[in-house]
Design a protein around this ligand. Structure first.
Ligand code: 6PG
Length: 236
């Protein structure tokens, strides 16, 4: 099931269509099950999307929201993906939604994983829609090439939904330990949307699609699989 590639002339067009696609998926699950889940990407690219969803007339009280990965910082810290989603999405009508944090006060990484697993287990699954970004190194969520423990995050048979991430050389823009959803958990979705903008990332995307080695570019675990429908949204 190859990932469908959708190219837009402008970011404005991309985010307009993305808004409709996300809402359609949420409505579909709300109609079918009365409940729905949205997994939000962190980082900077999705920031333009979230405020466009906040005023949508859907049954937000029956929508569960979490993030694909989190930096291990307090929820009020500027690098917190939870803070970004609360400030940009969970406003207006969307303030009714149920947010499930991907962080725990447990200091031991394994205990933190278990605490976060328990939270995720409260969310309706499969997720209606999962949004993912991509780094210029081919990482997605916090599944990074070079993570000594990456295998556990990419194992399609793992029973884990999350794993702690402690990188020797973390990204300069967010040099923190993290918790990430595993590839198996992310693919437990009706639709996975990979959101990528800019020419530099298009080159990375072309390379990711053309190659197979998943540990070299973990985004390939999403682009090359037959578990979930994937759409790649790109604009210059
Ligand atoms: C994070 C993200 C990460 C992000 C990419 C792209 O917490 O950092 O979840 O996977 O999506 O790094 O980030 P930008 O959108 O900022 O380029």
């Amino acid at each position: 099931m190859a990932a469908a590639r959708r190219q837009f002339a402008s970011r404005k067009d991309l985010f307009q269509t993305l808004r409709e696609t996300v809402l359609d998926r949420l409505r579909h699950r709300l109609d079918a099950d009365g409940r729905a889940s949205l997994v939000c990407a962190g980082g900077s690219t999705p920031r333009m999307l979230y405020p466009k969803l906040s005023d949508a007339k859907i049954d937000w009280a029956n929508v569960w929201v979490t993030v694909s990965d989190e930096r291990l910082v307090p929820a009020h810290h500027d690098a917190s993906n939870e803070k970004m989603v609360r400030l940009r999405l969970l406003q207006d009508r969307a303030s009714e939604a149920n947010f499930v944090p991907l962080i725990s006060t447990e200091r031991n990484p394994r205990d933190a994983e278990q605490a976060v697993e328990a939270g995720l287990a409260t969310m309706p699954q499969p997720f209606a829609v999962t949004l993912l970004g991509m780094g210029t190194d081919g990482h997605t969520a916090s599944l990074f090439p070079g993570d000594p423990d990456l295998k556990r995050g990419l194992d399609p048979e793992t029973e884990h939904n999350v794993k702690a991430v402690i990188l020797k050389s973390p990204p300069a823009d967010a040099p923190f330990p993290r918790i990430t959803m595993t590839a198996r958990a992310l693919l437990n979705s009706d639709l996975v949307i990979v959101l990528v903008v800019g020419e530099d990332k298009r080159t990375v995307l072309d390379r990711a699609i053309a190659g197979e080695a998943v540990d070299e570019m973990p985004i390939r675990a999403v682009l090359h699989q037959n578990r979930a429908n994937v759409e790649v949204f790109w604009a210059p």
